[in-house]
Design a binder for this molecule. Structure first.
Ligand code: GLV
Ligand code: MN
Ligand code: MN
Length: 427
């Protein structure tokens, strides 16, 4: 790597300040966290702030038809950029680092490059992608799915959220349906810095994770239709109890994960009962099941076992049970040379590092099929995430951002003075 590149570094204080400013939008009182569910007013306000920062840095900002926002810095040569980015939407109980780190570190990378007065041969870009969490509008990684052409735009705009809102209408309401085309041409390469959101780096006291890939994800929404009735008078064998069925499903998937063993994980994250009253047998239940595994065959087997169980349960409980798939992503492996780049950069900076697979879903997994892609992880305190008490040490944030900077500079290449002059003469 050029000697110039090794001298540049990130302003860690600036990164922490930006993270704090963004977390103040949708702040969850008494915590460091925030609630900015996709396409809500809080998401819009967060977007406005980050776009203002992009414009302050002089980036060319483009917004596409699903609301993905990309800020680009021209290089000495035209062509696809070396892109980094992540998301700024959160789950309802969001921390301040999940997603936000990858976007705001990208701004710090651009700022560091500008302050060093260097020009890269390839353009640099930083993006944030709509609705990565999928907590409001399934599936997760929706914006990057549309960006890379895996999900048709029209289909995405029609998605109905958990609160009944329609995605396209909400996008219009917050003013973030833009003219840039999607799918968009793939970048030269994509790199995402993210907190680990799991316990490995923290437990092993390692600063940098070179991410090898992302495990497979399967989300299912299950609807149980029973009959509401009096809790005191209805004999147990005459019930059509949606509440009981819902709890059976939760127990089943928990036991299934135990039977399969790690890395299989299963979660019931949402349970809604109707009419949800102490003395009424529930007539209806809606529950979600999130299942993940690094082995796609095992994940498929888990899905089949759940489907078979639901059939038995419907008969046993005298209810009608239907289900729909909210998300399904096969496991993803990142390009070996991109994983190597992350390791090399961490090593050159004297940072401890190890390889690991991501348990969480990320925008980077959508880029992996269309361009060389990698991810950089930094530790999550006690592995806590999707929780307002999510925390990463400022030194680790800065270290991760410096690795991002080095990897991006290596990919974008610093232009010779003559190339910069030539580009200046022709533009
Ligand atoms: C995204 O945060 C996920 O659910 O993994
Ligand atoms: Mn995330
Ligand atoms: Mn998340």
């Amino acid at each position: 790597m050029s000697p110039v590149a090794t001298e540049i570094s990130i302003d860690g204080r600036g990164l922490s300040d930006r993270l704090a400013a963004l977390a103040s939008i949708g702040e969850i009182e008494g915590t460091d966290g925030a609630c900015r569910l996709a396409l809500t007013d809080e998401d819009r306000d967060g977007r406005d702030l980050v776009v203002a920062w992009m414009r302050d840095l002089g980036l060319e900002v483009s917004i596409d038809g699903i609301g993905n926002v990309i800020g680009a810095l021209a290089g000495a040569e035209p062509g696809p950029p070396v892109m980094c980015g992540s998301h700024i939407d959160t789950v309802r109980t969001g921390g301040r680092y999940d997603g936000n780190l990858g976007v705001l570190a990208g701004l710090q990378v651009i700022e560091a490059v500008q302050q060093a007065g260097i020009t890269t041969r390839r353009p640099l870009a930083v993006g944030f992608f709509t609705d990565e969490e999928g907590a409001r509008f399934p599936p997760d990684m929706l914006g990057s799915l549309v960006y890379t052409g895996e999900l048709p735009l029209e289909e995405a705009l029609d998605v109905v959220g958990a609160d009944g809102a329609v995605l396209g209408a909400e996008l219009d309401r917050i003013g973030y349906r833009g003219p840039a085309p999607c799918p968009s041409p793939p970048p030269h390469a994509f790199v995402e810095l993210h907190i680990e959101q799991g316990p490995i780096l923290d437990a092993e006291d390692i600063v940098i994770g070179a991410v090898t890939g992302v495990q497979g994800i399967s989300w299912t929404e299950i609807t149980v239709a029973g009959q509401s009735n009096h809790a005191g008078t209805t004999p147990m064998d005459m019930r059509h109890d949606a509440g009981w069925a819902a709890t059976r499903i939760a127990v089943f998937v928990h036991e299934l994960a135990a039977e399969f063993g790690p890395p299989q994980v299963c979660t019931v994250g949402r349970v809604e009962l109707h009419p949800n009253l102490v003395n009424v047998v529930a007539s209806d239940a809606v529950i979600t099941v999130d299942m993940r595994n690094t082995d796609d065959h095992l994940l498929t087997e888990a899905e089949e076992r759940l489907a078979a169980f639901l059939e038995e349960l419907a008969a046993e409980s005298g209810t009608g049970i239907s289900s729909r798939r909210l998300a399904r992503f096969a496991p993803v492996e990142f390009a070996p040379e991109m994983i190597d780049r992350v390791e090399r950069a961490a090593g050159a900076l004297g940072l401890s590092h190890r390889r690991l697979c991501s348990g969480a879903g990320h925008d980077a997994q959508m880029f992996a099929p269309v361009c060389p892609t990698s991810m950089i992880f930094v530790p999550s305190w006690q592995g806590i995430s999707h929780n307002p008490f999510e925390h990463t040490e400022p030194d680790h944030l800065e270290a991760g951002a410096n690795v991002l900077l080095r990897v991006m500079l290596e990919l974008a290449e610093i232009a010779e003075a003559s190339e910069v002059e030539k580009a200046g003469a022709t533009t």
